[in-house]
Design a protein around this ligand. Structure first.
Ligand code: ADP
Ligand code: MG
Length: 267
């Protein structure tokens, strides 16, 4: 793990896939909640202008005074941008639609790819005592996503268990390689997690077999099942772990958190 803050900084994970609707935000919220439940201190960074992670955790738009837009483009310190959520040990740096113009505004900025990296390494963050920072990326390989990849220690890729799931991966892998060559040589792939998995569906099984054949150990053992409780939870502004703690979805995200912690020697 790269040295972040005196070697004891949080592990920074970008949750990325340029396809929309594959479970990035759901995974960010619920993996975050599952890690927080075990006592880790977790910060979610909402880097999607749609702000679904912020909404899904009950942060009203009116309460998003300072956002990740201010963090990237107005030099607002992270300590001013982040907010507590109703969940113990879970913090969020929220986003609003303001962020949709950032991609264009960043183009003329000399440090355009490093703004999040620098913001996450500013002084004063060590006292937050964070163990993990999870970055919810937009459904695009734009400059916002590049900021996440440059800032991160690793990338976690949710893969929807559907036909064509693997198709977009090569483009994402190329982007990761490019970021490694230019800005973040240590960027690792944390793993690929199959989402919306349906055990009764042959197609899901086929996607799993293809993913494990092609990507081997990069694929987490844990798979996230398609579970209606997972999709209901955001409308109650809660992670599924709080909305229905014993649901299949909650169990799966706890298992993912455990697998991730063990892989990182933090179990
Ligand atoms: P992304 O952030 O990649 O666009 P989301 O996390 O927003 O994707 O998920 C897309 C949709 O699928 C949302 O409506 C979400 O509630 C639903 N969803 C995600 N994961 C599951 C799941 N395991 N079971 C059922 N629905 C899910
Ligand atoms: Mg999303």
């Amino acid at each position: 793990m790269p040295d972040i803050i005196n070697g004891h900084g949080p592990k920074i994970i970008a949750i990325t896939n340029q396809k929309g609707g594959v479970g990035k935000t759901t995974t960010t919220i619920n993996l975050g909640a599952a890690l927080a439940e075990t006592g880790s201190r977790v910060l979610l960074i909402d880097l999607d202008p749609q702000g679904n992670a912020s909404t899904g955790l009950g942060i009203e738009v009116a309460d998003r005074k300072l956002t990740t837009y201010d963090l990237l483009l107005e030099e607002a310190p992270l300590t001013d941008v982040l907010q507590e959520t109703d969940i113990e040990n879970l913090l969020i740096a929220p986003a609003t639609t303001d962020l949709s113009s950032a991609d264009i505004e960043l183009v003329s900025n000399e440090k355009r790819s490093h703004l999040l990296h620098d913001a996450l390494r500013a002084t004063g963050l060590a006292q937050l005592g964070l163990d993990y920072i999870l970055i919810d990326c937009p459904p695009s390989l734009n400059l916002l996503t590049v900021n996440a990849l440059v800032a991160a220690d690793s990338v976690l890729i949710p893969l929807q268990s559907e036909f064509f799931a693997l198709e977009g991966l090569s483009q994402l892998m190329l982007t990761i390689r490019e970021v490694r060559q230019t800005a973040n040589a240590d960027l690792r792939i944390e793993g690929i997690v199959l989402t919306m998995f349906d055990t009764r569906n042959n197609l899901s099984r086929q996607v799993e077999a293809d993913a494990r054949d092609n990507l081997g150990e990069l694929v987490f053992n844990t798979m996230i099942p398609r579970n209606v409780r997972v999709s209901e939870a955001p409308s109650y502004a809660l992670p599924v772990l709080m909305y229905d703690p014993t649901s299949k979805g909650s169990q799966a995200y706890r298992a993912l958190a455990s697998e991730l912690s063990i892989r990182n020697g933090r179990g």
